[in-house]
Design a protein around this ligand. Structure first.
Ligand SMILES: Cc1cc2nc3c(=O)[nH]c(=O)nc-3n(C[C@H](O)[C@H](O)[C@H](O)COP(=O)(O)OP(=O)(O)OC[C@H]3O[C@@H](n4cnc5c(N)ncnc54)[C@H](O)[C@@H]3O)c2cc1C
Length: 400
Protein backbone atom coordinates (compact mmCIF):
# COMPACT_ATOMS: atom_id res chain seq x y z
CA UNK A 1 0.00 0.00 0.00
CA UNK A 2 1.18 3.51 -0.82
CA UNK A 3 0.34 6.51 1.30
CA UNK A 4 -0.25 10.05 -0.09
CA UNK A 5 -1.75 13.31 1.11
CA UNK A 6 -3.47 13.72 -2.29
CA UNK A 7 -4.28 11.21 -5.02
CA UNK A 8 -5.21 12.79 -8.36
CA UNK A 9 -7.19 10.45 -10.64
CA UNK A 10 -6.52 11.32 -14.29
CA UNK A 11 -3.39 12.48 -16.13
CA UNK A 12 -5.05 14.82 -18.59
CA UNK A 13 -4.52 18.58 -18.55
CA UNK A 14 -6.90 18.92 -15.58
CA UNK A 15 -5.23 16.43 -13.23
CA UNK A 16 -1.72 17.42 -14.28
CA UNK A 17 -2.37 21.17 -13.82
CA UNK A 18 -3.54 20.42 -10.29
CA UNK A 19 -0.55 18.14 -9.64
CA UNK A 20 1.91 20.79 -10.83
CA UNK A 21 0.30 23.47 -8.65
CA UNK A 22 0.41 21.11 -5.66
CA UNK A 23 4.09 20.41 -6.29
CA UNK A 24 4.81 23.96 -5.05
CA UNK A 25 3.85 22.81 -1.55
CA UNK A 26 5.15 20.37 1.00
CA UNK A 27 2.54 17.65 0.40
CA UNK A 28 2.84 14.15 -1.06
CA UNK A 29 0.96 13.73 -4.34
CA UNK A 30 0.30 10.79 -6.67
CA UNK A 31 -1.31 11.00 -10.11
CA UNK A 32 -2.84 7.75 -11.39
CA UNK A 33 -4.06 7.08 -14.91
CA UNK A 34 -5.33 3.96 -16.64
CA UNK A 35 -3.43 4.79 -19.83
CA UNK A 36 0.25 4.08 -20.43
CA UNK A 37 0.99 7.75 -21.16
CA UNK A 38 -0.27 11.21 -20.22
CA UNK A 39 -2.87 13.32 -22.04
CA UNK A 40 -4.05 10.46 -24.20
CA UNK A 41 -7.82 11.01 -23.95
CA UNK A 42 -9.69 14.34 -24.36
CA UNK A 43 -6.40 16.20 -24.03
CA UNK A 44 -5.26 14.68 -27.35
CA UNK A 45 -8.52 15.11 -29.31
CA UNK A 46 -9.28 18.81 -29.46
CA UNK A 47 -8.85 21.93 -31.59
CA UNK A 48 -5.59 22.92 -29.78
CA UNK A 49 -6.79 26.49 -29.20
CA UNK A 50 -5.84 28.58 -26.21
CA UNK A 51 -8.60 31.15 -25.79
CA UNK A 52 -7.04 34.54 -25.24
CA UNK A 53 -10.05 36.81 -24.99
CA UNK A 54 -11.80 36.99 -28.34
CA UNK A 55 -13.19 33.49 -28.46
CA UNK A 56 -14.31 33.85 -24.85
CA UNK A 57 -16.81 36.36 -26.27
CA UNK A 58 -19.44 33.70 -26.43
CA UNK A 59 -18.85 32.28 -22.95
CA UNK A 60 -21.68 33.18 -20.66
CA UNK A 61 -20.70 35.79 -18.04
CA UNK A 62 -21.29 34.37 -14.56
CA UNK A 63 -20.17 30.85 -15.45
CA UNK A 64 -17.04 29.13 -14.18
CA UNK A 65 -16.37 28.35 -17.85
CA UNK A 66 -15.98 32.08 -18.56
CA UNK A 67 -14.22 32.89 -15.28
CA UNK A 68 -11.48 30.24 -15.42
CA UNK A 69 -10.83 30.97 -19.09
CA UNK A 70 -10.56 34.73 -18.71
CA UNK A 71 -8.42 34.45 -15.56
CA UNK A 72 -6.10 32.01 -17.35
CA UNK A 73 -5.32 34.52 -20.12
CA UNK A 74 -2.54 36.43 -18.35
CA UNK A 75 -1.05 33.18 -16.95
CA UNK A 76 -0.38 31.46 -20.29
CA UNK A 77 2.72 33.19 -21.72
CA UNK A 78 4.78 32.71 -18.54
CA UNK A 79 3.56 29.16 -18.04
CA UNK A 80 4.52 28.20 -21.60
CA UNK A 81 7.94 29.79 -21.13
CA UNK A 82 8.52 27.98 -17.81
CA UNK A 83 7.47 24.63 -19.27
CA UNK A 84 9.42 25.23 -22.48
CA UNK A 85 6.44 24.39 -24.72
CA UNK A 86 5.37 25.96 -28.00
CA UNK A 87 2.70 28.67 -27.60
CA UNK A 88 2.01 30.45 -30.87
CA UNK A 89 -0.30 33.43 -31.28
CA UNK A 90 -1.85 32.56 -34.63
CA UNK A 91 -4.65 35.14 -34.31
CA UNK A 92 -8.35 34.46 -34.85
CA UNK A 93 -10.71 35.66 -37.55
CA UNK A 94 -14.47 35.70 -36.92
CA UNK A 95 -15.63 35.69 -40.52
CA UNK A 96 -18.27 38.20 -41.64
CA UNK A 97 -20.35 37.24 -44.68
CA UNK A 98 -23.12 39.83 -44.37
CA UNK A 99 -24.64 42.57 -42.24
CA UNK A 100 -26.33 40.08 -39.92
CA UNK A 101 -22.96 38.47 -39.08
CA UNK A 102 -21.45 41.90 -38.44
CA UNK A 103 -24.27 42.84 -36.07
CA UNK A 104 -23.90 39.60 -34.13
CA UNK A 105 -20.13 40.04 -33.77
CA UNK A 106 -20.60 43.67 -32.70
CA UNK A 107 -23.08 42.62 -30.01
CA UNK A 108 -20.75 39.94 -28.66
CA UNK A 109 -17.80 42.35 -28.76
CA UNK A 110 -19.67 44.96 -26.75
CA UNK A 111 -21.17 42.50 -24.31
CA UNK A 112 -18.21 40.43 -23.27
CA UNK A 113 -14.87 41.67 -24.41
CA UNK A 114 -15.10 45.35 -23.67
CA UNK A 115 -16.67 44.82 -20.27
CA UNK A 116 -13.88 42.44 -19.30
CA UNK A 117 -11.21 45.06 -20.00
CA UNK A 118 -12.68 47.63 -17.58
CA UNK A 119 -11.27 47.55 -14.05
CA UNK A 120 -14.08 46.34 -11.77
CA UNK A 121 -15.64 44.16 -14.48
CA UNK A 122 -16.44 40.65 -13.24
CA UNK A 123 -13.63 39.11 -15.28
CA UNK A 124 -11.05 41.83 -15.63
CA UNK A 125 -8.25 41.10 -18.11
CA UNK A 126 -5.22 43.09 -16.93
CA UNK A 127 -3.94 45.77 -19.27
CA UNK A 128 -1.00 44.55 -21.29
CA UNK A 129 -2.11 40.90 -21.40
CA UNK A 130 -3.77 41.27 -24.77
CA UNK A 131 -3.97 43.35 -27.92
CA UNK A 132 -7.37 44.93 -28.55
CA UNK A 133 -9.67 43.16 -31.02
CA UNK A 134 -10.57 45.04 -34.16
CA UNK A 135 -12.83 44.76 -37.18
CA UNK A 136 -11.14 44.23 -40.56
CA UNK A 137 -12.63 45.21 -43.92
CA UNK A 138 -12.17 43.24 -47.15
CA UNK A 139 -8.80 44.74 -48.06
CA UNK A 140 -7.15 44.26 -44.67
CA UNK A 141 -8.50 40.72 -44.48
CA UNK A 142 -7.02 39.91 -47.87
CA UNK A 143 -3.67 41.31 -46.78
CA UNK A 144 -3.66 38.82 -43.90
CA UNK A 145 -5.06 35.90 -45.87
CA UNK A 146 -4.57 36.32 -49.63
CA UNK A 147 -6.37 33.04 -50.49
CA UNK A 148 -9.55 33.79 -48.58
CA UNK A 149 -12.91 33.40 -50.32
CA UNK A 150 -13.66 36.75 -52.04
CA UNK A 151 -17.27 36.59 -50.89
CA UNK A 152 -16.20 37.05 -47.24
CA UNK A 153 -16.66 40.73 -46.45
CA UNK A 154 -14.56 41.18 -43.35
CA UNK A 155 -13.67 39.75 -39.95
CA UNK A 156 -13.49 40.43 -36.26
CA UNK A 157 -9.75 39.99 -35.69
CA UNK A 158 -8.35 38.73 -32.40
CA UNK A 159 -4.55 38.97 -32.61
CA UNK A 160 -4.15 37.20 -29.25
CA UNK A 161 -5.60 33.79 -30.03
CA UNK A 162 -2.99 31.08 -29.55
CA UNK A 163 -2.41 27.39 -30.19
CA UNK A 164 -0.39 24.79 -28.30
CA UNK A 165 0.16 21.07 -28.67
CA UNK A 166 -1.98 19.91 -25.71
CA UNK A 167 -0.19 16.56 -25.41
CA UNK A 168 3.21 18.29 -25.32
CA UNK A 169 1.72 20.60 -22.66
CA UNK A 170 0.39 17.67 -20.59
CA UNK A 171 3.76 15.96 -20.81
CA UNK A 172 5.61 19.08 -19.73
CA UNK A 173 3.25 19.53 -16.75
CA UNK A 174 3.83 15.90 -15.77
CA UNK A 175 7.61 16.13 -16.16
CA UNK A 176 7.77 19.33 -14.13
CA UNK A 177 5.46 17.97 -11.42
CA UNK A 178 7.58 14.82 -11.23
CA UNK A 179 10.80 16.84 -10.96
CA UNK A 180 9.18 18.62 -8.01
CA UNK A 181 8.26 15.43 -6.18
CA UNK A 182 4.92 14.21 -7.62
CA UNK A 183 4.71 10.44 -8.30
CA UNK A 184 3.03 9.20 -11.47
CA UNK A 185 1.41 5.79 -11.81
CA UNK A 186 0.47 5.02 -15.40
CA UNK A 187 -1.42 1.93 -16.56
CA UNK A 188 -3.28 1.97 -13.22
CA UNK A 189 -7.06 2.01 -13.57
CA UNK A 190 -9.04 3.00 -10.47
CA UNK A 191 -11.56 0.21 -9.91
CA UNK A 192 -13.12 1.09 -6.55
CA UNK A 193 -12.65 3.51 -3.67
CA UNK A 194 -13.44 2.96 0.00
CA UNK A 195 -14.22 5.92 2.22
CA UNK A 196 -12.85 5.65 5.76
CA UNK A 197 -13.19 8.12 8.66
CA UNK A 198 -10.32 10.41 7.64
CA UNK A 199 -8.98 8.98 4.40
CA UNK A 200 -9.81 7.04 1.25
CA UNK A 201 -8.49 3.72 -0.03
CA UNK A 202 -8.05 3.95 -3.81
CA UNK A 203 -7.88 0.52 -5.42
CA UNK A 204 -6.39 0.26 -8.89
CA UNK A 205 -5.73 -2.88 -10.87
CA UNK A 206 -2.05 -2.71 -9.88
CA UNK A 207 -1.68 -0.74 -6.59
CA UNK A 208 -3.65 0.36 -3.53
CA UNK A 209 -3.30 3.97 -2.37
CA UNK A 210 -4.20 5.49 0.97
CA UNK A 211 -5.24 9.09 0.23
CA UNK A 212 -6.07 11.93 2.60
CA UNK A 213 -7.67 13.87 -0.27
CA UNK A 214 -8.90 12.91 -3.72
CA UNK A 215 -9.03 14.97 -6.89
CA UNK A 216 -11.31 13.33 -9.42
CA UNK A 217 -10.04 14.52 -12.81
CA UNK A 218 -11.13 11.44 -14.77
CA UNK A 219 -12.44 13.39 -17.79
CA UNK A 220 -15.39 11.75 -19.53
CA UNK A 221 -15.45 9.10 -16.77
CA UNK A 222 -15.49 11.55 -13.84
CA UNK A 223 -19.08 10.48 -13.15
CA UNK A 224 -18.08 6.82 -12.90
CA UNK A 225 -15.22 7.62 -10.51
CA UNK A 226 -17.53 9.82 -8.40
CA UNK A 227 -20.07 6.99 -8.21
CA UNK A 228 -17.47 4.86 -6.41
CA UNK A 229 -18.11 6.85 -3.21
CA UNK A 230 -21.72 7.45 -2.09
CA UNK A 231 -22.55 11.16 -2.25
CA UNK A 232 -19.55 12.16 -4.36
CA UNK A 233 -21.48 12.31 -7.60
CA UNK A 234 -23.39 15.60 -7.39
CA UNK A 235 -23.43 16.40 -11.14
CA UNK A 236 -24.46 15.07 -14.51
CA UNK A 237 -23.47 15.62 -18.13
CA UNK A 238 -24.01 14.14 -21.55
CA UNK A 239 -21.16 12.92 -23.74
CA UNK A 240 -20.76 15.01 -26.87
CA UNK A 241 -18.77 13.67 -29.79
CA UNK A 242 -16.65 16.01 -31.90
CA UNK A 243 -15.13 14.94 -35.21
CA UNK A 244 -12.01 16.76 -36.41
CA UNK A 245 -10.11 16.45 -39.70
CA UNK A 246 -6.39 17.22 -40.06
CA UNK A 247 -5.02 18.44 -43.38
CA UNK A 248 -1.37 18.00 -44.33
CA UNK A 249 1.35 20.67 -44.38
CA UNK A 250 0.81 21.44 -48.07
CA UNK A 251 -2.77 22.52 -47.33
CA UNK A 252 -1.40 24.34 -44.29
CA UNK A 253 0.44 26.70 -46.66
CA UNK A 254 -2.92 28.06 -47.84
CA UNK A 255 -4.11 29.60 -44.58
CA UNK A 256 -2.29 31.00 -41.52
CA UNK A 257 -4.95 32.06 -38.98
CA UNK A 258 -7.65 30.41 -36.98
CA UNK A 259 -10.98 31.32 -38.63
CA UNK A 260 -14.60 30.50 -37.93
CA UNK A 261 -18.15 31.19 -39.03
CA UNK A 262 -20.84 32.07 -36.49
CA UNK A 263 -23.19 29.22 -35.64
CA UNK A 264 -26.77 29.50 -36.80
CA UNK A 265 -29.94 27.39 -36.40
CA UNK A 266 -29.26 26.03 -39.89
CA UNK A 267 -25.68 25.13 -39.02
CA UNK A 268 -25.52 23.50 -35.58
CA UNK A 269 -21.89 22.36 -35.86
CA UNK A 270 -18.84 24.50 -35.15
CA UNK A 271 -17.26 25.66 -38.44
CA UNK A 272 -13.61 26.48 -37.84
CA UNK A 273 -10.10 26.00 -39.15
CA UNK A 274 -7.02 26.07 -36.90
CA UNK A 275 -3.32 26.08 -37.92
CA UNK A 276 -1.56 23.38 -35.91
CA UNK A 277 1.58 24.36 -34.05
CA UNK A 278 3.67 21.68 -35.79
CA UNK A 279 2.22 22.32 -39.27
CA UNK A 280 -0.99 21.46 -41.14
CA UNK A 281 -4.56 22.53 -40.40
CA UNK A 282 -7.28 21.12 -38.15
CA UNK A 283 -10.90 21.44 -39.30
CA UNK A 284 -14.09 20.95 -37.31
CA UNK A 285 -16.13 20.46 -35.37
CA UNK A 286 -18.91 18.08 -36.40
CA UNK A 287 -20.79 17.63 -33.10
CA UNK A 288 -23.20 14.92 -32.05
CA UNK A 289 -24.58 13.56 -28.76
CA UNK A 290 -23.05 10.14 -28.33
CA UNK A 291 -22.33 7.19 -26.10
CA UNK A 292 -19.00 7.79 -24.37
CA UNK A 293 -17.60 4.57 -25.83
CA UNK A 294 -18.68 5.28 -29.41
CA UNK A 295 -15.62 6.47 -31.34
CA UNK A 296 -17.14 5.81 -34.79
CA UNK A 297 -17.14 8.59 -37.40
CA UNK A 298 -20.75 9.55 -38.27
CA UNK A 299 -21.64 9.69 -41.95
CA UNK A 300 -21.33 13.24 -43.26
CA UNK A 301 -18.88 14.32 -40.52
CA UNK A 302 -15.72 14.38 -42.65
CA UNK A 303 -17.59 16.06 -45.53
CA UNK A 304 -18.87 18.70 -43.10
CA UNK A 305 -15.38 19.50 -41.86
CA UNK A 306 -13.92 19.60 -45.37
CA UNK A 307 -16.71 21.96 -46.49
CA UNK A 308 -15.54 24.47 -43.85
CA UNK A 309 -12.18 24.72 -45.58
CA UNK A 310 -13.76 24.86 -49.06
CA UNK A 311 -15.94 27.76 -47.88
CA UNK A 312 -12.91 29.61 -46.49
CA UNK A 313 -10.42 28.86 -49.28
CA UNK A 314 -12.34 27.57 -52.32
CA UNK A 315 -10.92 25.94 -55.45
CA UNK A 316 -9.04 22.96 -53.96
CA UNK A 317 -9.91 19.33 -53.53
CA UNK A 318 -9.03 18.81 -49.87
CA UNK A 319 -9.85 15.08 -49.79
CA UNK A 320 -6.35 14.24 -51.03
CA UNK A 321 -4.85 16.34 -48.19
CA UNK A 322 -6.55 14.55 -45.28
CA UNK A 323 -3.84 13.43 -42.84
CA UNK A 324 -6.14 11.95 -40.19
CA UNK A 325 -9.61 12.00 -38.69
CA UNK A 326 -9.91 12.43 -34.92
CA UNK A 327 -12.87 11.67 -32.68
CA UNK A 328 -13.07 13.33 -29.27
CA UNK A 329 -15.75 12.84 -26.62
CA UNK A 330 -16.32 15.65 -24.13
CA UNK A 331 -18.75 16.09 -21.24
CA UNK A 332 -21.42 18.71 -21.82
CA UNK A 333 -23.39 19.97 -18.82
CA UNK A 334 -26.75 21.79 -19.05
CA UNK A 335 -27.48 20.23 -22.43
CA UNK A 336 -31.11 21.31 -22.09
CA UNK A 337 -30.22 25.02 -21.99
CA UNK A 338 -27.17 24.84 -24.29
CA UNK A 339 -25.08 26.81 -21.76
CA UNK A 340 -22.20 24.59 -20.78
CA UNK A 341 -20.43 25.12 -17.46
CA UNK A 342 -17.54 23.47 -15.65
CA UNK A 343 -17.85 21.52 -12.43
CA UNK A 344 -15.06 22.20 -9.97
CA UNK A 345 -16.26 21.63 -6.43
CA UNK A 346 -16.34 19.63 -3.22
CA UNK A 347 -19.49 17.53 -2.90
CA UNK A 348 -21.45 18.52 0.21
CA UNK A 349 -21.55 14.95 1.56
CA UNK A 350 -17.91 14.07 0.84
CA UNK A 351 -15.37 16.56 2.17
CA UNK A 352 -11.70 16.15 1.11
CA UNK A 353 -12.85 15.25 -2.41
CA UNK A 354 -12.81 17.58 -5.46
CA UNK A 355 -14.68 16.80 -8.68
CA UNK A 356 -13.46 18.33 -11.94
CA UNK A 357 -15.49 18.23 -15.14
CA UNK A 358 -14.22 20.47 -17.91
CA UNK A 359 -15.39 20.10 -21.52
CA UNK A 360 -15.22 22.95 -24.07
CA UNK A 361 -12.09 25.13 -23.72
CA UNK A 362 -10.71 23.09 -20.82
CA UNK A 363 -7.11 23.21 -22.06
CA UNK A 364 -7.34 27.01 -22.12
CA UNK A 365 -8.80 27.16 -18.60
CA UNK A 366 -6.33 24.73 -17.04
CA UNK A 367 -3.78 27.21 -15.57
CA UNK A 368 -6.42 28.89 -13.39
CA UNK A 369 -8.10 25.54 -12.73
CA UNK A 370 -4.92 24.26 -11.05
CA UNK A 371 -4.90 27.25 -8.70
CA UNK A 372 -8.62 26.99 -7.95
CA UNK A 373 -8.40 23.33 -6.99
CA UNK A 374 -5.47 23.98 -4.68
CA UNK A 375 -7.60 26.67 -2.95
CA UNK A 376 -10.47 24.19 -2.60
CA UNK A 377 -8.17 21.53 -1.11
CA UNK A 378 -6.86 24.07 1.36
CA UNK A 379 -10.43 25.03 2.36
CA UNK A 380 -11.13 21.35 2.75
CA UNK A 381 -8.35 21.03 5.34
CA UNK A 382 -5.19 20.22 3.36
CA UNK A 383 -2.30 21.91 5.15
CA UNK A 384 -0.25 23.76 2.54
CA UNK A 385 3.20 25.11 3.22
CA UNK A 386 5.29 26.38 0.33
CA UNK A 387 8.15 24.07 -0.51
CA UNK A 388 11.64 25.48 -0.63
CA UNK A 389 13.29 24.68 -3.89
CA UNK A 390 10.24 24.37 -6.17
CA UNK A 391 11.68 24.70 -9.66
CA UNK A 392 9.15 25.81 -12.31
CA UNK A 393 11.46 24.77 -15.15
CA UNK A 394 12.86 21.43 -14.00
CA UNK A 395 11.95 18.31 -15.96
CA UNK A 396 12.13 14.63 -14.96
CA UNK A 397 11.73 11.87 -17.52
CA UNK A 398 8.43 9.97 -17.37
CA UNK A 399 10.07 6.86 -18.75
CA UNK A 400 7.30 6.40 -21.34
C1 LIG B 1 -13.69 17.96 -30.20
C2 LIG B 1 -13.09 18.75 -29.06
C3 LIG B 1 -12.53 20.00 -29.30
C4 LIG B 1 -11.97 20.73 -28.24
N1 LIG B 1 -11.30 21.89 -28.53
C5 LIG B 1 -10.68 22.56 -27.51
C6 LIG B 1 -9.86 23.70 -27.80
O1 LIG B 1 -9.63 24.09 -28.96
N2 LIG B 1 -9.32 24.37 -26.76
C7 LIG B 1 -9.50 23.97 -25.46
O2 LIG B 1 -9.04 24.65 -24.56
N3 LIG B 1 -10.24 22.86 -25.17
C8 LIG B 1 -10.80 22.13 -26.15
N4 LIG B 1 -11.51 20.99 -25.88
C9 LIG B 1 -11.67 20.59 -24.48
C10 LIG B 1 -10.43 19.96 -23.87
O3 LIG B 1 -9.87 18.98 -24.73
C11 LIG B 1 -10.82 19.31 -22.54
O4 LIG B 1 -11.49 20.24 -21.72
C12 LIG B 1 -9.61 18.84 -21.74
O5 LIG B 1 -8.73 18.09 -22.52
C13 LIG B 1 -10.10 18.01 -20.56
O6 LIG B 1 -8.99 17.48 -19.90
P1 LIG B 1 -9.22 16.45 -18.71
O7 LIG B 1 -7.92 16.31 -18.05
O8 LIG B 1 -10.41 16.86 -17.91
O9 LIG B 1 -9.68 15.08 -19.44
P2 LIG B 1 -8.78 13.95 -20.14
O10 LIG B 1 -7.71 14.52 -20.96
O11 LIG B 1 -9.74 13.02 -20.80
O12 LIG B 1 -8.10 13.22 -18.91
C14 LIG B 1 -8.81 12.33 -18.06
C15 LIG B 1 -7.88 11.18 -17.73
O13 LIG B 1 -8.52 10.36 -16.74
C16 LIG B 1 -8.14 9.03 -16.98
N5 LIG B 1 -9.12 8.14 -16.33
C17 LIG B 1 -10.45 8.09 -16.51
N6 LIG B 1 -11.01 7.15 -15.71
C18 LIG B 1 -9.99 6.61 -14.99
C19 LIG B 1 -9.92 5.60 -14.00
N7 LIG B 1 -11.01 4.93 -13.57
N8 LIG B 1 -8.70 5.27 -13.49
C20 LIG B 1 -7.57 5.92 -13.90
N9 LIG B 1 -7.59 6.88 -14.86
C21 LIG B 1 -8.79 7.23 -15.39
C22 LIG B 1 -8.14 8.92 -18.51
O14 LIG B 1 -7.33 7.84 -18.95
C23 LIG B 1 -7.61 10.28 -18.93
O15 LIG B 1 -6.22 10.28 -19.21
C24 LIG B 1 -12.04 20.22 -26.92
C25 LIG B 1 -12.60 18.95 -26.68
C26 LIG B 1 -13.09 18.20 -27.73
C27 LIG B 1 -13.63 16.83 -27.47
Amino acid sequence: MRDYDVVVIGAGVAGLSVARELSRYDVSVAVVDRREGVGLEMTSTNMTLVCQGGDGLTFRPGTLHAELNVKSIPLWPRLAEELGIGFRRVGGLGLIRNKADFQRFMKAYNRAFRSSTKPGAPYYIPEGSFEPLRFLGRRELRELEPNINPSIEGALYDPNLAVVDPVEYARALAENAKANGVDLYLGAEVKFIERRADHFMVNTDSEVFRAGFIVNAAGIDADRVAEMVPGARNFSYVPLKGVLVDLDEEAGELFRHQAYFLASPLEPHVRAVVPLIHGGLRLGIYLQPSLRSDKSVPSGAVEHDLSVMSDIVPGHDYRSHVARVIVGIMPFTNAETGWHDYIVDIPELVPRWVNIVLGPAGVSASPMLGRRVVELLSLSGLHLEEKRGFNPRARASLGV
